[in-house]
Design a binder for this molecule. Structure first.
Ligand SMILES: [Cu+2]
Length: 153
């Protein structure tokens, strides 16, 4: 015979423990988008603006469309601008940090299908506050055409 009372009280305790961190450690994500891909393309970028209420770091990202997701920066390497993975991206309080083509971006890698304009890509962002406490934010980023914001004349 089962007694469900302990299970119920555990659920209530968990809720109370989780709720305050959501209220305190907010990061506003605006204008997220993902660059669309062509058949056979295995990687693309996700872009957005991140504005935290208090100092935060973006420490991880994940998406069901990509087996590997990294945080990338653009940096000079032997006179050539290249992208490379960074372990975290510092986000100063109250400031919008822009992830955009040619700059910081979330790299979606090992894609197993084409991302077409008009669909939305779920992305889970993990942030860490100054005390080391982590929280995740779920976003849905619309896919824009491959040529979006390529800054061509
Ligand atoms: Cu990249």
């Amino acid at each position: 015979m089962r007694n469900s009372a302990p299970r119920r009280s555990f659920a209530v305790a968990l809720f109370l423990a989780v709720a305050p961190s959501v209220a305190f450690a907010q990061v506003t994500v605006t204008d997220p988008w993902v660059r669309g891909t062509v058949a056979g393309q295995r990687a693309t970028g996700a872009f957005m603006k991140l504005t935290p209420a208090a100092d935060q770091k973006l420490v991880a990202a994940a998406s069901p469309v990509a087996k590997i997701v990294e945080i990338h920066e653009m940096a000079m390497d032997g006179g050539v601008m290249k992208m490379r993975a960074i372990p975290k991206l510092a986000l100063p309080a109250g400031k919008a940090t822009e992830l955009k083509p040619g700059g910081y971006h979330v790299m979606l890698m090992a894609l197993d299908r084409t991302l077409a304009e008009g669909e939305t890509v779920p992305i889970t962002l993990t942030f860490e506050d100054a005390a080391g406490k982590r929280q995740t934010v779920e976003i849905k980023a619309p896919v824009k055409p491959l040529t979006a914001d390529m800054r061509k004349p």
